[in-house]
Design a protein around this ligand. Structure first.
Ligand code: SF4
Length: 349
């Protein structure tokens, strides 16, 4: 069975070439061809001798998936539905933002098919967990989008799945995408958004410290968080914040606290006060208040108290921004990703 060459780091590929009696610099040629030049067929990597191209083609593949639909929203976000050979489907969203005449592309990557955390407000959570994506499948989303829609400036692991529940594959995908001999995306251009897998936050701080971290908190008391995010019940908020302090000490990075405002669930004065109490004296956090996007079969409604909630936080010394979700009309916004093509509305691109 052919292997996915994108599961190999540069060092692993060099070791492989040495083992088969080839020059190890061939690995760098392949990295450049795939990650910089987006060549997805070994026969088109003409810097390699023909015999080597044939040998590679017999043993490896570069891409295996198919983009089965693309939808574009009026704010220029594009949602790609990607199908892998086992028929697993994931969604990947490109968010385009233009400011001062410059367009920046942020790619929201999926790390799992479905998710085990069962967050009550999230379409992916309603799917349940199906499987982890491999390193190669995570990278493939990035490569396909760059080939079809242009250079990606930032990556956020905020697509389908909990990235720290697939820690090793996500870590290796980051290593490969940031390798200076290949695509060389800066680590600081990558955000990992987690619901709070505590042991993996410590590992992340120790092992890939320069990426940025965002925590999906959504409630400031244990009782409310356990209700909204039942898959996280075993993780105590107090332990989570100890891990965040460690992450900050180790990396010096600011941490973003994501808080989805849901009408009559977590948006009243007491909720704001609980959040202030939790964040008191933590200079390294900033809060992103997120508009709740309507999801089919989920009864929650968006809050209309965003500004008032933000004002309470601000008056109490918390740094806060209100994030306006993009892609809501194509169900590509935060919490809306789920591979149910029946509910999709197609926009030609
Ligand atoms: S919000 Fe994140 S962690 Fe929670 S179910 Fe959705 S994808 Fe999983």
């Amino acid at each position: 069975m052919k292997k996915d060459i994108k599961n190999f780091s540069l060092d692993e590929l060099k070791a492989y070439f040495t083992e088969i009696g080839e020059k190890s610099y061939r690995a760098e040629e392949i990295f450049r061809a795939i990650y910089n030049n987006k060549i997805f067929n070994f026969h088109d990597i003409t810097t390699l001798p023909k015999t080597l191209r044939d040998a590679l083609d017999n043993q490896f593949f570069i891409t295996s998936s198919e983009v089965i639909s693309k939808q574009k929203s009026s704010d220029s976000s594009i949602k790609f539905l990607i199908k892998f050979p086992d028929s697993s489907l994931v969604e990947t969203v490109l968010i385009r933002e233009t400011a001062h005449g410059k367009t920046r592309n942020t790619l929201c990557l999926s790390s799992q098919v479905g998710c085990a955390m069962k967050c009550k407000f999230c379409a992916t959570g309603q799917m349940g967990f199906i499987r982890n994506l491999t390193t190669g499948e995570i990278i493939e989303q990035f490569l396909l989008v760059e080939k079809m829609a242009g250079k990606v400036n930032n990556i956020v692991f905020m697509g389908m799945g909990e990235p720290l529940a697939n820690y090793e594959n996500v870590k290796k995908a980051i290593k490969i995408i940031t390798d200076p001999k290949g695509r060389g995306l800066g680590k600081r251009k990558i955000v990992i958004s987690t619901s709070g897998i505590i042991d993996k936050i410590y590992k992340l701080a120790d092992e890939i410290s320069s990426v940025r971290l965002a925590i999906s908190l959504h409630a400031a008391t244990q009782k409310k968080r356990d209700y909204l995010m039942p898959g996280l019940r075993k993780y105590k908020i107090s332990d989570l914040f100890e891990a965040l302090k460690y992450y900050n000490r180790k990396t010096g990075n600011t941490i973003t606290i994501e808080y989805l405002l849901i009408k009559d669930v977590n948006d009243d004065y007491k909720d704001a006060k609980d959040l202030i109490k939790l964040l008191r004296n933590l200079k390294f956090v900033k809060v992103n208040l997120i508009h709740f996007n309507q999801v089919a079969h989920i009864d929650f409604k968006p809050s209309n108290r965003e500004k008032a909630f933000a004002e309470i936080l601000r008056k109490n010394g918390v740094t806060v921004t209100i994030r306006h979700s993009k892609g809501e009309e194509i169900a590509a916004a935060c919490g809306q990703l789920a591979t149910n093509t029946k509910t999709s509305t197609k926009f030609p691109i």
